[in-house]
Design a protein around this ligand. Sequence first.
Ligand SMILES: [Mg+2]
Length: 257
Amino acid sequence: MPHSINLMTSFQAPSEQVLFCDFDGPIVDVSERYYRTYRLGLSNLQASHQENFGEALPLQLLSKNQFWWMKRNRVADTDIAIRSGIPADLVDTFLQQVQRIVNHPHLLQWDVLQPGAESAIHQLKRMGIRLVLVTLRHPRQVQAFLQANDLSQHIDEIFGASDINAAHLNRTEQKVALLERAISAQKAQGYYPFPTCMIGDTEADIIAGQRAGIVTVALTGGIRSHEFLKRYQPTAIESTLLKAIQSRHMLQVLQAA
Ligand SMILES: [Mg+2]
């Protein structure tokens, strides 16, 4: 089951407008962590190959720009591995390794706040908007990052995925299920989450918002390019969370309660 943590300690009159927002992408820049994970994966693979066979693999390290461009344009991880010179029979080993280490604390420390995210969150709070995060990260990880950045008191609720439920649903279906759960939970607490909006940086966020029948705002500052996001026809496309909440479109949604 997804975990949820209610961070509010005080009671609030349930009249606030609710905004649903993804975490990685809108709030956190994960590009450095992903790139360092990729690099570490390659060097681990090289080391173990050399140890076992006494010879080096002809690996070709992609630059961060090349790597991130591919991620943003949804080049498959398998293709990224092959373009890095990994022999086809070692691709799975490499990808499993990357999966294993990507959430290690040594790599998580490379996650940083997106430019403007902090101002955006403060601005939402000043507007009296209830901010609910819907993320495939584990809520404990989300909370640790928010606390480290002195933002946890501004986030009203987190709906995150545990490792366990990652197994049987793909990422889009997980997002759809989590957003559905997050919306029902707001209603159950007496909030009226319509009209509302889902802000995120991937197709999963757009599809989840569309299935819930709410406004969707796609952000291009994360792990998908503008061209890629456009195909999913979100209500609006913006570069950052700050730009999104300052857009005329969003102000209309938020004031239409
Ligand atoms: Mg995201």
